[in-house]
Design a protein. Structure first.
Length: 591
């Protein structure tokens, strides 16, 4: 059967859709950058609002719970943001301890006292890890002389303290002491060792403090369970890792943020031609053409590696840095690819086969920094039976729960499409060939469905194509993850075996916005050596793979082939009935 060319090309993507559009925003990158501009309020408005709110709070113990990474760079960034937007305070907090032999007295600070030791002018202080002595100070005795050493609480008295939440979760006794002092607004000297009390009595001192606790979501959940009432009264916000780009203003804000990251890390400014290259890497990192990252650590790493190579940040230096890193981290991917090219793992990129299809997987090894794509061969065998669908991966306990769910959804769709009044007279067996580890996820359910239909209809599948995507019970193709790695993994195999111009990949249409492919793939698509199709429904993928439509009233179709085969099987079963039951054949002929 000849498929209409329009049907095959209507969903074919052009090369421009394979990477984010940066040409439309080129004029924004030529605008000058003002070093004095603070980009944080523009890219993190919720976070900025929370920081200003905790600074203005008048409650006894202002607390901000902030979901963010607990890396030192984040705590430093939060502290700098608080400091730059907090007015200078001339008031003095704390005071002086006077030691006269074994007697220690306390005197409150005057407005003229200089900050130091136990006299503080507030300010912003932070630490990613602290011990008891660092936080609460210490009492030291040397040659019968007593001395007091100030801790972080004394230095931050009257100001704001930014701490890593995991520090307190790992040392719960420290948190209980800190909580008591904050709620009572009094610092009390307590020996860290309950078996060794302080050698002398030391007067307490007034304590006023704002506390910002930074932690990942799991740490915040643990804290909420431990301090439910306190966490419900706290201010909450998040450091947003990504920024949705909806208009030019947001892109300008992101550009200013990147420039600010470069300035904070003493890196050279970005050249105009560097921005498109950086944006392509950023959209690949976020997995969305309209989303750019805000993580200061990740951005600084990209810029730092480019600056180290050529002393400046240009398109050439960024491209070289990315290529070098990919080469440095691609040992495992190269070895896996060699197994396919040496025919140790059988993946066909030519010809046709019934019940066999190239699916696309993402491989992630623990301890390896880079995920990579790898094609997988899915095969399906169909024979007369009682309608059972055997998931070999599940039977062998190599399939995860999500994979099993995808298999059941795919089967439900097929049974509904066939509209059978009786049980399907076929049994099928589906398997990931040469797979020796656990398989999970539903991103192969579209490929499994196509392999099953091919086996049922006895219609071969074009082995020059690969498929990824999940399906629902109504045949809609749903988005999947790791799309760029999957496409590039299959492309590299085809490229090593010589591109024929007929090879390609079928992806969900809802995944198009996630594309940020390498220049090799983009150039091959532009030159017509490789193709990428985007489909919304399973019926759109089948003609591309088999050359036959799923359903048609006036022409041969896959559904018609399956129904005819079912009819043949039923007639064969009827003829083979025992002679006492052969009178039932008369009813079949009458129907």
């Amino acid at each position: 059967m000849q498929i209409d060319t329009i049907t095959l090309t209507s969903n074919q993507l052009t090369w421009r859709a394979l990477q984010p559009d940066t040409d439309s925003y080129h004029h924004l990158f030529t605008q000058p950058f003002d070093d004095s501009t603070d980009a944080l309020p523009d890219v993190q408005p919720r976070l900025f609002n929370a920081l200003m709110l905790v600074q203005a709070s008048q409650v006894a113990c202002p607390l901000l719970l902030l979901r963010c990474s607990e890396q030192y760079e984040y705590l430093q960034l939060i502290s700098e943001a608080l400091e730059s937007h907090t007015e200078a305070d001339d008031q003095r907090y704390g005071g002086h301890y006077h030691i006269n032999g074994p007697v220690i007295s306390w005197q409150a600070a005057d407005a003229d006292d200089e900050p130091g030791d136990f006299v503080s002018n507030g300010g912003i202080h932070y630490a990613d890890w602290i011990e008891d002595d660092q936080l609460f100070g210490s009492v030291r005795i040397f040659q019968n002389q007593i001395s007091l050493e100030a801790g972080l609480l004394h230095k931050a008295n009257g100001g704001t303290l930014v701490l890593s939440l995991r520090t307190l979760l790992a040392q719960p006794v420290m948190w209980l002491r800190l909580k008591a002092m904050l709620t009572q607004q009094t610092f009390s000297w307590i020996s860290p060792d309950s078996n060794r009390p302080l050698p002398v009595s030391i007067p307490s001192m007034p304590l006023q403090l704002r506390l910002v606790l930074c932690g990942e979501r799991e740490a915040l959940a643990d804290f909420q369970e431990m301090e439910y009432e306190l966490s419900t009264q706290a201010i909450y916000s998040e450091f947003e890792e990504n920024l949705q780009i909806a208009d030019e203003e947001e892109l300008i804000a992101w550009r200013n943020w990147v420039q600010q990251v470069a300035v904070r890390n003493a890196l050279p400014p970005l050249a105009v031609d560097a921005w498109p290259t950086l944006i392509k890497a950023c959209t690949r990192y976020t997995g969305d053409q309209e989303t750019l990252p805000l993580c200061p650590c990740w951005l600084a790493q990209q810029l730092r590696e480019a600056a180290l190579l050529q002393g400046e940040i240009t398109a050439a230096s960024l491209s070289e840095a990315y290529a070098t890193r990919e080469w440095r981290e691609s040992f495992l991917a190269d070895r896996m690819r060699d197994e396919i090219l040496l025919d140790q793992v059988l993946i066909e990129t030519e010809g046709e086969a019934i019940g066999q299809i190239n699916a696309l997987s993402v491989v992630e090894f623990p301890g390896h920094p880079r995920a990579f794509g790898e094609p997988s061969r899915i095969s399906c065998v169909v024979h007369a039976g009682d309608g059972e669908f055997t998931d070999v991966e599940r039977k062998a306990e190599l399939g995860g729960n999500i994979h099993a769910k995808g298999m059941m959804i795919m089967q439900a769709y097929l049974i509904a499409e066939l509209e059978l009044d009786q049980q399907l007279p076929f049994s099928a067996s589906l398997v990931f060939e040469q797979s020796y580890s656990e398989v999970d996820g539903d991103s192969a359910s579209l490929a499994e469905l196509c392999a099953l239909i091919s086996a049922l209809a006895l219609q071969p599948i074009n082995q020059q194509l690969a498929v990824t995507g999940s399906v629902d019970q109504f045949g809609n193709v749903q988005p999947v993850g790791g799309l760029n790695e999957k496409i590039e993994g299959f492309f590299q195999i085809c490229q090593q075996r010589t591109l024929s111009g007929k090879q390609g990949v079928i992806i969900p249409a809802s995944n198009v916005r996630h594309l940020s492919l390498s220049d090799d793939v983009v150039n091959a698509v532009r030159e017509g050596q490789f193709s990428i199709w985007a489909v919304n429904r399973a019926e759109e993928a089948l003609p591309l793979l088999t050359g036959v439509v799923w359903q048609h009233e006036k022409a041969p179709s896959l559904l018609q082939s399956i129904q005819e085969r079912i009819t043949q099987i039923n007639q064969l079963d009827a003829r083979q009935r025992p002679w006492p039951l052969r009178w039932l054949n008369w009813f079949n002929r009458a129907d």
